[in-house]
Design a binder for this molecule. Structure first.
Ligand SMILES: NC(=O)c1ccc[n+]([C@@H]2O[C@H](COP(=O)([O-])OP(=O)(O)OC[C@H]3O[C@@H](n4cnc5c(N)ncnc54)[C@H](O)[C@@H]3O)[C@@H](O)[C@H]2O)c1
Length: 366
């Protein structure tokens, strides 16, 4: 069977993980070419990973009939414009998270893809890894009884200490909710199902941040987004969850996600990773449960490989636009609820994605 050819728009900090995984792991995929506003980044990637083409810009990439899917791994504030342009040029798109910074823009992209018969999807794909997939199987098997609620926490003092271009994280298209929230919301909806209402309270604790990375040490970064965001999520199945995403807090001592059931509690691995420890507390029982699936390393690109499989076979995809749209509506709903001091109804449909198949060789999808 032929391979699906991927064109990279953006070859920055995270691209190395995609480049490595796409050239070594996934069997349905090959890289057609790369482009970046900083051309030498694209040239270095092409040389390192033996990629045949470096395009002058994204429009040259869109014009190449040899590209089946555009991988948009630009900064969050570029996601909407790059994805829109790619769709308008007739390309399927897989985008890093979030799909867009507002629900209206995300919906516009979703509708555009639908109207042109194009595939749209994107990160995160960590929910397809061993950790979240195993947790889901345990919950579905009734180990904790009926799910009642959840506690999810993404606690860090922000990425400015290490990221080479940290200002992007403090603009409205990012912040802790839009930048990291996708991992947590995607996990919660794959464990508990569709969200129907949210509430929120948020603040920006510091008006500016100071870059710590070597390239920009000491640079002052204005903060233009809430950086300590508390959301309450009400699920269609009756469960109620609290989600904290913060760039303001030091030294977390906590588990990332806890799912509370009528019979017990499941401690779920960090949704930013593909695996981790799963723990069950039930009565006097306290057990570490085995992982039941593969994909335990950093296999970013798994969702793209799943999309490629969908393109080849016509089957439904897991990290798709429906899921991304629901996640954007939930996250922006929490921020809106905080701004407008009210609860916000969630309108988009969502059904939990098909579980991963266990036992397939690495790099192959069902
Ligand atoms: N860095 C991480 O650890 C990490 C992890 C997971 C996901 N992500 C997500 O991946 C995305 C990229 O993150 P990053 O850390 O690699 O960012 P980055 O700033 O290091 O790289 C983005 C790259 O995109 C390029 N670019 C922007 N617009 C372009 C255009 N129109 N045409 C061609 N190139 C363009 C920039 O020149 C830059 O090289 C973000 O959405 C981020 O949230 C990052």
């Amino acid at each position: 069977m032929r391979k699906v050819r991927i064109g990279f728009v953006g070859v920055g900090n995270i691209s190395g993980t995609y480049l490595k995984n796409l050239t070594t792991l996934f069997r349905d995929i090959e890289i057609a070419g790369v482009c970046d506003l900083i051309r030498e980044r694209a040239e270095t990637a092409a040389e390192t990973y033996r990629i045949p083409k470096v395009y002058d810009d994204m429009y040259a990439l869109f014009a190449d009939p040899g590209v089946d899917i555009v991988l948009n791994i630009t900064q969050a504030y570029n996601h909407y414009a790059v994805t829109k342009a790619a769709l308008e040029h007739g390309k399927n798109v897989y985008s890093e998270k979030p799909l867009a910074p507002t629900f209206e823009q995300a919906k516009e992209l979703f509708d555009l893809a639908q109207s042109r018969g194009l595939l749209l999807g994107g990160a995160p794909d960590t929910f397809m890894g061993a950790g979240i997939q195993s947790a889901r199987r345990y919950i579905d098997a009734g180990l904790i009884g009926t799910p009642l609620g959840a506690e999810a926490r993404m606690i860090t003092h922000g990425p400015e200490s290490w990221h080479p271009d940290p200002a992007a994280f403090y603009q409205p298209a990012a912040g802790p909710m839009l930048d990291m929230g996708p991992y947590y919301v995607t996990t919660l909806i794959n464990l508990l199902g569709r969200v129907d209402r949210v509430a929120g309270m948020a603040r920006a604790s510091f008006p500016e941040r100071v870059a710590g990375c070597e390239q920009r040490r000491g640079e002052r970064i204005p903060v233009d987004v809430p950086t300590h965001v508390n959301g309450i999520l009400s699920f269609e199945n009756g469960a109620v969850a609290h989600l904290l995403t913060t760039f303001d807090v030091y030294h977390p001592q906590h588990s990332a996600v806890e799912i509370y059931g009528s019979e017990g509690t499941l401690f779920v691995p960090n949704p930013n990773n593909f695996s981790g420890e799963i723990q069950l507390r039930r009565g006097n029982e306290d057990a570490v449960l085995p992982l039941l699936y593969g994909y335990r390393e950093n296999v970013r690109g798994l969702g793209l490989a799943d999309m490629a499989r969908g393109l080849l076979t016509g089957r439904e995809r897991r990290a798709d636009g429906v899921q991304q749209l629901h996640v954007v509506e939930v996250m922006t709903g929490i921020l809106r609820a905080s701004e407008e001091e009210r609860t916000v109804k969630i309108t988009t449909p969502f059904e939990r994605r098909a579980p991963m198949a266990a036992g397939l060789p690495a790099g192959m999808l069902d």
